[in-house]
Design a protein around this ligand. Structure first.
Ligand code: NAD
Length: 345
């Protein structure tokens, strides 16, 4: 295969980032785009020379397309991913992979049966600060983990939710946990390992939406460590912070800033103060590739070499399961044990 041809379905806000990333990947190009909204595909034709479709089923018949990149509202991911796999296309799906575990498992199974690759867009895993923390944890530098916190204190105002009919709805989006905090929840579980139990409250304090604009949860990890999640879309007046903190017997790390990108605290056994400060400087001044580009480049590499993408369906499913357990706990007022359901494969 010479060039890997991508097609983006859903030409809204995040699609531009995908198109720019594809343009930078050697051996890849954006061949086609699709949107039901008249006019939204035009900039992609003008800037990238992409073919335009308004019906994604027709796009799936285009034999030139190798990878379908789903940038549609979250509640549409499952059907489109399954249809793409059945049409023999590799699938990249924006987060969340789907809105239910049944749907996520169907996507995973259909992609496996069709022999196509599946990648879920969790780009924050590739931030330099996050990679440094993951490496140190994998090396066992933190010793026994005690606890970990994921904090998202952001503002999504009423105009944000009113802009598109799907935002904040149960069937198409979910609330602040499913849409915004999923990135940090994914990182928390990636660092701390599997979650075995959650207890949570969610509420809708300020926004006129069907789902939560605020949620808090406490977690037990399989390791015995504990965790706390705080997710808010209600901050006055703008985004305040997204913070991931991991604590162990020989390590303390806090990644913060507004979008969990800055290594603020690094107190880890074996690092002198100078070494810790050099690491922070290197990580915080790094000009690493944007996470979306890494994910899409990784898909190209996975197709060429036959390996699985780094963030495959099984990986993308993990944060979804934790969030669904949080929703269940908030609904029932009871702690909820994981796994919620055994994977169907
Ligand atoms: N990974 C990230 O950092 C990140 C950031 C933002 C959004 N997202 C995810 O990306 C997805 C899209 O978010 P967005 O903010 O770009 O939404 P958006 O509403 O701006 O864009 C979605 C587009 O899909 C189009 N669409 C709807 N139905 C369609 C259909 N049947 N066929 C073709 N196109 C159709 C809409 O017309 C719209 O243009 C969501 O799942 C969201 O969670 C991820």
């Amino acid at each position: 295969m010479d060039t890997v041809n991508f097609a983006i379905i859903g030409c809204g806000h995040i699609a531009a980032k995908h198109a720019q990333a594809i343009e930078k990947i050697v051996g890849a190009r954006l061949l086609a785009v699709c949107d039901t909204h008249p006019g939204r595909t035009v900039p992609f034709r003008e800037k990238f020379g992409a073919r335009e479709y308004s019906d994604y089923q027709q796009l799936l018949q285009d034999p030139g397309i190798d990878v379908v990149d789903l940038c549609t509202p979250s509640g549409m991911h499952a059907q489109m991913a399954v249809d793409a796999a059945r049409a023999g296309k590799h699938v990249v799906v924006e987060k969340p992979i789907a809105l239910s575990l049944g749907d996520a498992d169907q996507i995973i199974n259909e992609c496996r049966q069709a022999g196509v690759k599946l990648a879920v867009v969790h780009p924050n895993r590739f931030k330099p600060a996050v990679q440094a923390l993951k490496k140190a944890l994998d090396e066992g530098r933190f010793g026994t983990l005690t606890h970990g916190n994921a904090t998202v204190r952001w503002n999504r105002n009423q105009e944000y939710f009113d802009r598109d009919a799907w935002r904040g709805t149960r069937d198409m989006d979910g609330g602040v946990l499913m849409n915004q905090a999923i990135h940090n929840i994914d990182l928390l579980q990636w660092m701390m390992g599997p979650v075995t139990e959650v207890f949570a409250y969610t509420t809708t304090r300020l926004r006129r939406i069907e789902t939560e604009d605020l949620g808090v949860a406490v977690l037990k990890f399989a390791s015995g460590a504990l965790g706390v999640i705080e997710a808010a879309a209600t901050l006055y007046p703008t985004n305040l912070e997204e913070t991931l903190a991991v604590f162990g017997e020989s390590g303390t790390a806090v990644i913060g800033g507004v979008t969990a990108s800055t290594l603020n605290t690094w107190r880890v056994a074996g690092y002198s103060e100078d070494e810790a400060s050099s690491l922070k400087q290197a990580v915080n001044n790094s000009t690493a590739k944007p996470g979306h580009q890494v994910i899409l480049e990784d898909m190209v590499e996975a197709i060429r070499t036959g390996r699985d993408p780094l963030v495959n369906g099984k990986e993308g499913r993990k944060a979804l399961e934790i969030i669904l357990a949080i929703y269940k706990s908030a609904e029932t007022g009871m702690p909820v044990r994981l796994p919620l359901v055994e994977r169907g494969n």
